[in-house]
Design a protein around this ligand. Structure first.
Ligand SMILES: N[C@@H](CCC(=O)N[C@@H](CS)C(=O)NCC(=O)O)C(=O)O
Length: 215
């Protein structure tokens, strides 16, 4: 099995790639990285100096591939499965990539900002930044709600890389700012939770959820 995924079961960007792997039943070896362990962190940083997860290592091609969106692109190109996550049609492909960017930048990034702030020591917190991040989430929820009024998945009828990006971003964002007031977005989130690939990711993350910082 040439593919190894360096990941952590709780890490949201890792969820995005795990969904893509599970959607296509792509064989891989999971390598859990504990960034809290200095030795494990140093080993991981030797592979990818930014030490951000996930990273895919392809021994067959001697390639190290960081960045969740790029990993999904790589899998689509070199290890395609029965469920393409980026459509062949260039216009639809651009649309899928746009959805991926939207969820990463406008949901995942502000969600991470709020979660990371919870981990900061007293006196080093950034309440203004958190307020801005919560406002960004609110605005994104409104847009998702309008989009999902007439859509099953982010791109319509077919599940795509945009949904891989949406699932973990919304999962953790919902813990900070519940989606409840946005019925179409909430229904979309429920469909994502029911999707077998994401349901499996959540089951595997379950033993680690106690590590998620509460407010
Ligand atoms: N843009 C990166 C973001 C990766 C990222 O932020 N990963 C988090 C886990 S979800 C991480 O490794 N955090 C550890 C750290 O920042 O030290 C991607 O799409 O893969």
């Amino acid at each position: 099995m040439p593919l190894t995924l360096y990941y952590h079961p709780l890490a949201s960007y890792c969820h995005k790639v795990l969904i893509a792997l599970y959607e296509n039943e792509t064989p891989f070896t999971p390598h859990l990285v504990d960034l809290g362990d200095p030795e494990a962190r140093a080993k991981f940083a030797a592979l990818w100096p930014l030490a951000k997860m996930p990273v895919l290592r392809d021994e067959a091609k001697d390639r190290t591939v960081p960045e969740s969106s790029i990993i999904i692109e790589y899998l689509e190109q070199h290890y395609p499965g029965p469920a393409p996550l980026i459509p062949a049609d260039p216009d639809l492909a651009r649309h899928a990539r746009f959805g991926d960017r939207f969820f990463d930048i406008y949901v995942h990034t502000p969600m991470q900002k709020v979660v990371e702030d919870r981990l900061r020591p007293e006196g080093r917190k950034d309440p203004h930044g958190v307020e801005q991040a919560m406002a960004a989430l609110r605005q994104a929820y409104g847009m998702i709600d309008r989009q999902m009024a007439a859509s099953r998945w982010a791109m319509g009828e077919s599940f795509s890389m945009a949904d891989c990006a949406a699932a973990p971003a919304l999962f953790y964002a919902d813990k900070l700012l519940p989606l409840g007031g946005h019925p179409n977005a909430a229904a979309y989130f429920e469909r994502l939770r029911q999707r077998p690939s994401f349901a499996r990711v959540l089951r595997e993350a379950e033993p680690y959820f106690a590590m998620f910082p509460q407010a």
